[in-house]
Design a protein. Structure first.
Length: 67
């Protein structure tokens, strides 16, 4: 898959997700991991883990990031 788009007002669920580009305007729920080259949008992602080369977001609570 090249691009996955989650529209505003929709909730989409996956067990795992791998794509080149992920645009989240709604709510994405993933039991396992999310892997993408780019992640953008102003929606919500709830996942076991998230891996991306580039993440463009409006805000991120400091407790959400671990290195």
């Amino acid at each position: 898959m090249k691009t996955i788009y989650i529209p505003k007002g929709e909730t989409v669920s996956y067990e795992t997700l791998a794509t080149e580009h992920l645009v989240v305007k709604g709510c994405l729920q993933v039991t396992g991991s999310v892997k993408a080259k780019t992640i953008s949008g102003d929606g919500v992602i709830c996942a076991g883990s998230v891996e991306a080369d580039i993440i463009r977001i409006g805000r991120l609570p400091p407790s959400s990031v671990s290195a």
